[in-house]
Design a protein around this ligand. Structure first.
Ligand SMILES: [Zn+2]
Length: 219
């Protein structure tokens, strides 16, 4: 039996969780299946110059922190996209230095996210979380080596991600619950059904992806 892997959640549940804790990494006892991602969400509205970067680096280096994020770009937010890009870039640099992947929040800014990856020659895996966009953007992200994480939206039959799920190579796929109340097992069941895979086989493959992208970072 392989565990469920929930690659981006704000409320950890069953299986292995990459728990987005912002900058508040819990101290003391945590579940052995709980790992953390630390990041500054673009909607927080922080400026790059306001961040204590040496403190941030210390957090990123913490043992159970397996990723930086969620961070990224969001066009719905009024703040200048250039300012968001500076904040995102610095976080991507911290991830690169620590040898950890990045969990990315992107809204109407995928070309800029791809351009950032290219311009910085970033090499650590970048995972687009909550993907629900069109075929063309999916193809571009895959071409540039991104991993794609799908959430509860895939349970909605006519959603983009539900229709495109089969276009994501299994070795680049992750599943997540984000801030939804839907359990990770429901998301897996929906994905297994759409993809025509046995649940256990899907769990095994995504667990292998987790080991490739995240778990290898745990010292
Ligand atoms: Zn989230």
């Amino acid at each position: 039996m392989f565990p469920f892997v929930n690659v981006h959640t704000h409320t950890p549940g069953e299986g292995i969780n990459v728990w987005d804790v912002g900058r508040n990494v819990p101290v003391g006892e945590v579940g052995e299946m709980d790992f953390f991602s630390v990041g500054i969400h673009p909607m927080e509205g922080m400026r790059e110059g306001e961040v204590d970067w040496s403190g941030f680096r210390v957090l990123v280096e913490r043992e159970r922190v397996v990723a930086v994020g969620e961070c990224g770009l969001d066009r719905r937010f009024a703040r200048d996209l250039r300012e968001q890009e500076r904040l995102f870039w610095r976080q991507a640099e911290c991830a690169e230095e620590a040898g950890k992947p990045v969990v990315i929040h992107g809204v109407r800014a995928y070309p800029e996210i791809i351009a950032t990856r290219k311009a910085g020659e970033f090499r650590m895996p970048w995972v687009i979380h909550g993907y629900n966009n069109n075929e063309r953007i999916l193809a571009q992200l895959l071409e540039h080596g991104f991993y794609i994480s799908a959430g509860a939206v895939l349970l909605t039959p006519d959603s983009n991600v539900s229709r495109r799920l089969g276009d994501i190579p299994l070795e680049r796929l992750f599943l997540e619950t984000d801030d939804r109340e839907t359990g990770i097992e429901e998301v897996y069941a929906g994905a297994a059904c759409r993809l025509g895979w046995e649940m256990e086989e899907l769990k095994k493959r995504l667990w292998m992806n987790f080991n490739t992208v995240f778990h290898g970072m745990v010292k």
